[in-house]
Design a protein around this ligand. Sequence first.
Ligand SMILES: *[C@@H]1O[C@H](CO)[C@@H](O)[C@H](O)[C@H]1NC(C)=O
Ligand SMILES: *[C@@H]1O[C@H](CO)[C@@H](O)[C@H](O)[C@H]1NC(C)=O
Ligand SMILES: *[C@@H]1O[C@H](CO)[C@@H](O)[C@H](O)[C@H]1NC(C)=O
Ligand SMILES: *[C@@H]1O[C@H](CO)[C@@H](O)[C@H](O)[C@H]1NC(C)=O
Ligand SMILES: *[C@@H]1O[C@H](CO)[C@@H](O)[C@H](O)[C@H]1NC(C)=O
Ligand SMILES: *[C@@H]1O[C@H](CO)[C@@H](O)[C@H](O)[C@H]1NC(C)=O
Ligand SMILES: CC(=O)N[C@H]1CO[C@H](CO)[C@@H](O)[C@@H]1O
Ligand SMILES: [Cu+2]
Length: 628
Amino acid sequence: MFQLVLPLLLVLCRVCTAFTHTLHFDISWLNVTFAGDNGEEHIKEMIGVNGQWPLPEIHVEKGDRIELYLTNSLDDETPTSLHFHGLFHNTSLGNMNSMDGPAMVTQCPLVPGSTFFYNFTVPDQVGTYWYHAHYGAQYGDGFRGAFIIHDPDCPFEFDEDITITVSDLYYKNYLDTTKEFMSRYNPTGAEPIPQSLLFNDSFHGELNFQPGKKYMLRFVNTGLFVSQYITLEDHIFTIVEVDGTYVTPTTTNVLYISSGQRMAVLVEAKETATKNYALMQIIDETMLDAIPADLKLNVTNQVTYNKLLPVAESMFNRLEEFPFLNSLEENATNDFYLKPLESYPLYETYSRQVVFDVKMANLGDGINYAFFNDITYTSPKIPTLTTVLTSGKLASDPRIYSENINPFILQKNEIVEIVLNNYDTGRHPFHLHGHNFQIVQKSKAFNQDEEGILPQEQITVPYNESNPLMKFPARPMMRDTVVLEPNGHVVLRFKANNPGVWIFHCHVDWHLQQGLAAVFIEQPDILQTRETLNENYKEVCSAIGMPNEGNAAGHSDDWLNMDDLPRQPKSLPNGFTFKGYFAFVVSTLVGLAGLWTITRYGLSEVIPDDEKVYNSLKKLLDENNISY
Ligand SMILES: *[C@@H]1O[C@H](CO)[C@@H](O)[C@H](O)[C@H]1NC(C)=O
Ligand SMILES: *[C@@H]1O[C@H](CO)[C@@H](O)[C@H](O)[C@H]1NC(C)=O
Ligand SMILES: *[C@@H]1O[C@H](CO)[C@@H](O)[C@H](O)[C@H]1NC(C)=O
Ligand SMILES: *[C@@H]1O[C@H](CO)[C@@H](O)[C@H](O)[C@H]1NC(C)=O
Ligand SMILES: *[C@@H]1O[C@H](CO)[C@@H](O)[C@H](O)[C@H]1NC(C)=O
Ligand SMILES: *[C@@H]1O[C@H](CO)[C@@H](O)[C@H](O)[C@H]1NC(C)=O
Ligand SMILES: CC(=O)N[C@H]1CO[C@H](CO)[C@@H](O)[C@@H]1O
Ligand SMILES: [Cu+2]
């Protein structure tokens, strides 16, 4: 439907100034059949919109308004929320921070039966974006789609514009997968491994090319976990846009796209239709802790010039023709060396440096968590935005926020430098809401040979400010999601020019569930002059039993009272004995019992965590025949 009305809208929009797209998204579970080429089939319950799945591509033109009514009709009590990935929701340009979507950050989780109204414009952005649920790992069950902002002044010419999502599919639903993952039975924190890759939400796909035409292919990785390489047999990609930033056209035959990232490329079709070609998507297998024998590591999609000619075989069956497939990593474009088309000069210095040491470790509950420094993000009792907008002058006082969200209060137009040092062997695509950042340093991976021999501290090469590994680029790449390499580092800079509450997190959704997040609270005083909690926001919070005023612990009588604030589990002391464990278990249970009685507060994102702790402790007590 959206595709049909689009050309019409585009024509209309030449004459009107901005168009309002009114969308009604009523979400519910649907059985979806995924069918493979060998008759293989998988049925999974996915989250559809208005009884349809996959979800529609949304196409708008720069400057347009979106009015989207999201109604939660999931019949299993599952809350939701919706984020438009990469949109700034610039509050200086009349937008509202409360439209950003991450649950417990800028809104309350939307319970079944409620409707939340997303109303915003896209005044200053163009290119390839996407929308997805921002509640737990829910978008893995299909609540996600592409969002394209067309540019009437696009500097590139092409004949056809095609959007392709690539993702990973887990056969179990996200809640079960999360429960198994965040469990003391998975003490190493091994990420769940997907069962399939999807190409535009199917097991494989086909694009029809006509000779002589020029195509714009917009790739979006809408997956929960794995990055993917993309290559098209005998065709060159010219990268022109990355995460909504136009870049100096750069040719390559391999793209690397992590979860959350986008790359738009121009492709010149062949002059004649003499054969069909393979469009390969290839999993970044270095991200997997184990490779199951039945996991297909790559998928062959078709670029069809002539349906009467044979389909293209996998490029991996013709390796001698494509030797670069043996060194995908070396052949994929490194985004550090891309140049924005518009010259955004380097922010030469910073006014505030935030250093995040990325680590993974177990806490006292036996579950593996992810940390910035020693803090694992733990949802506060009420959304951080509620706290900002109801605390008056106290909004700039860090004591009213939970230290467990890693809050950073930013001043007007500060240049913030984020240093990420990876003390982990995994790749992490980090995403900042509300901004693009400059990538001013980006190291390679450092654990390639030594893995398993030296401790992580010794392998890791953290950023050394007095001896940066690379020359600072004069025109650094700007994007909203960047990959931090194993045991390496990246250095990012952005200007605090968008008052709001913006979460910064790993886009491997499993790592976000493990707590790999921080929150920038930008110019809270200015935000208060621009935005108040609207009626709809408050209704949604009331429906889940969250107060519409208060500090991180939901208290507004005494703003420094942090009683009942959800905090990360205690750390695991060395030589933890059963006796110690028992004491911990009992005291935690007592605490949880208290928590339990205030279930009205409890339906938030906090609960899955508490539930996990509760269940694992219950199991432990049961196993040891301890009555409680
Ligand atoms: C999907 O199919 C299963 C098996 O037939 C059924 O139990 C389930 O209720 C169906 N779900 C939906 C949302 O229709
Ligand atoms: C990709 O999926 C979207 C959503 O279902 C659909 O509108 C679009 O036509 C598909 N594109 C291709 C190239 O198959
Ligand atoms: C959406 O927001 C704009 C700007 O604040 C406002 O003019 C418009 O009325 C809103 N739309 C609805 C349906 O409330
Ligand atoms: C691609 O898939 C084929 C067939 O499943 C497999 O033999 C090959 O090793 C895979 N290659 C890569 C790099 O994933
Ligand atoms: C928001 O808009 C203001 C005013 O145009 C601009 O100065 C600022 O750079 C914008 N912020 C972002 C993140 O785009
Ligand atoms: C950082 O670089 C400086 C200058 O090369 C060097 O003296 C110092 O030892 C380095 N620091 C670390 C921790 O390696
Ligand atoms: C086409 C291309 O860029 N090939 C390169 C792929 O990577 C290998 C190993 O670094 C190079 O030798 C090739 O030139
Ligand atoms: Cu991560």
